[in-house]
Design a protein around this ligand. Structure first.
Ligand code: ADP
Ligand code: MG
Length: 263
C-alpha cells in the first residue's frame, strides 16, 4: 500500500522542502521506493535534488493541466528517490486550474497512475494555501506541519488547521493530521521547547519525535544541490533518519507515531 504524505505550512522558510528531501532520502535508505513531488513554483526541491528547473522541458505543471503523462515527466535523482519536478510555469497553474472543474483533484488523479510503483509519496507544498496546496492535501493520506521554533511560530497555524478541516469535509475525508515537526530546533535553550508546547496546546497538535536541530550543514547542502543526508554525518541528518524510521514503523505496524516529550 502506498503512503501519501503532504508537508504543508503556508509560511516560507520553515523547512518544508528540507524535510521532504531529507525524509525522502532517509526512507529510500530504508529500502522503500520513494517519489517526491515539488509543488512549489520556485522549484527549490527540484534544484536541491540536482535538477535545474530552468532547463526542464516539462514538469508537474503540464501534468496538472493534463498536457503530459506523469510517467513521462518523472526524473531520477542521485538520492535514490524519483522526482516529479516543478518549474516556474507552475506559478501560472493556479490561475489556469481555477477555471477547471475538479481543480483540487488534478494531482490526486495524476498520482493514481504511478502510485503502485512507490511505497511512499512525499508532497512538498508551496508557501500558500491556494489551489496547489489544496491539490497536495486532497491527494494525501496524511499531513505533517514543519514548525520553526520561534516566537511567532503559531501565526498562521490556525488558518492552516482550518484549511485541513475544510479539505477533510469537502475533498478528502480520509486526510489525517499526523502532527507538527519541530524544525530549526535549539535544544540548548528552553525557548524552542516553550514555543512548541504552546503551539501544541493551542491547536491540539502532537509534535512528532524527534525535533530537528538547527545545523549549518543544511544551508550548505541546499546551496550545493546535494542532499544533507549524504556526506558527513551530522545531527540534522541523524534526526531525519530517526523520524523516517518512526514513520516507517507506524505505517508498517499501526499504533501511534512517537511524539516528543515537551515537559
Ligand atoms: P521552506 O520549504 O519551508 O520554505 P526550506 O526547506 O527551503 O523551507 O528551508 C529554509 C532555509 O532553512 C533553507 O536555507 C534551509 O537550508 C534552512 N534549513 C532548513 N532546515 C535547517 C536546519 N535544521 N538547520 C539549519 N538550516 C536549516
Ligand atoms: Mg520550500
Amino acid at each position: 500500500m502506498t503512503r501519501l504524505l503532504a508537508v504543508a505550512n503556508q509560511k516560507g522558510g520553515v523547512a518544508k522542502t528540507t524535510t521532504v528531501a531529507s525524509l525522502g532520502a532517509a526512507l529510500a535508505d530504508l529500502d522503500s521506493s520513494v517519489l517526491v513531488v515539488d509543488l512549489d513554483p520556485q522549484g527549490c526541491l527540484t534544484f536541491s535534488l540536482g535538477h535545474d528547473p530552468d532547463q526542464l522541458q516539462s514538469s508537474v505543471h503540464d501534468v496538472l493541466l493534463g498536457d503530459e503523462e506523469i510517467a513521462d515527466v518523472l526524473l531520477d535523482t542521485s538520492d535514490n528517490v524519483t522526482l516529479l519536478p516543478a518549474t516556474i510555469d507552475l506559478a501560472g497553474a493556479e490561475a489556469l486550474l481555477l477555471m477547471r472543474p475538479g481543480r483540487e483533484y488534478a494531482l490526486k488523479r495524476a498520482l493514481a497512475e504511478v502510485a503502485e510503483d512507490f511505497d511512499v509519496i512525499l508532497i512538498d507544498c508551496p508557501p500558500s494555501l491556494g489551489v496547489l496546496t489544496l491539490n497536495g492535501l486532497t491527494a494525501a493520506d496524511e499531513v505533517i506541519v514543519p514548525l520553526q521554533c520561534e516566537t511567532l511560530a503559531h501565526r498562521g497555524v490556525g488558518q492552516l488547521m482550518r484549511t485541513v478541516t475544510e479539505v477533510q469535509q469537502i475533498t478528502n475525508p480520509g486526510l489525517t493530521m499526523l502532527g507538527a515537526v519541530a524544525t530549526l530546533y535549539d535544544a540548548r535553550t528552553t525557548h524552542s521547547r516553550d514555543v512548541l508546547s504552546d503551539v501544541s496546546d493551542r491547536y491540539g497538535l502532537p509534535v512528532l519525535d524527534p525535533p530537528i536541530p538547527r545545523t549549518v550543514r543544511f544551508a550548505e547542502a541546499s546551496a550545493s544541490g546535494a542532499s544533507v543526508m549524504r556526506g558527513r554525518k551530522n545531527k540534522g541528518a541523524t534526526a531525519y533518519r530517526e523520524l523516517a524510521e518512526n514513520l516507517w514503523k507506524y505505517w508498517d505496524g499501526g499504533g501511534d507515531v512517537p511524539t516528543a516529550d515537551l515537559a
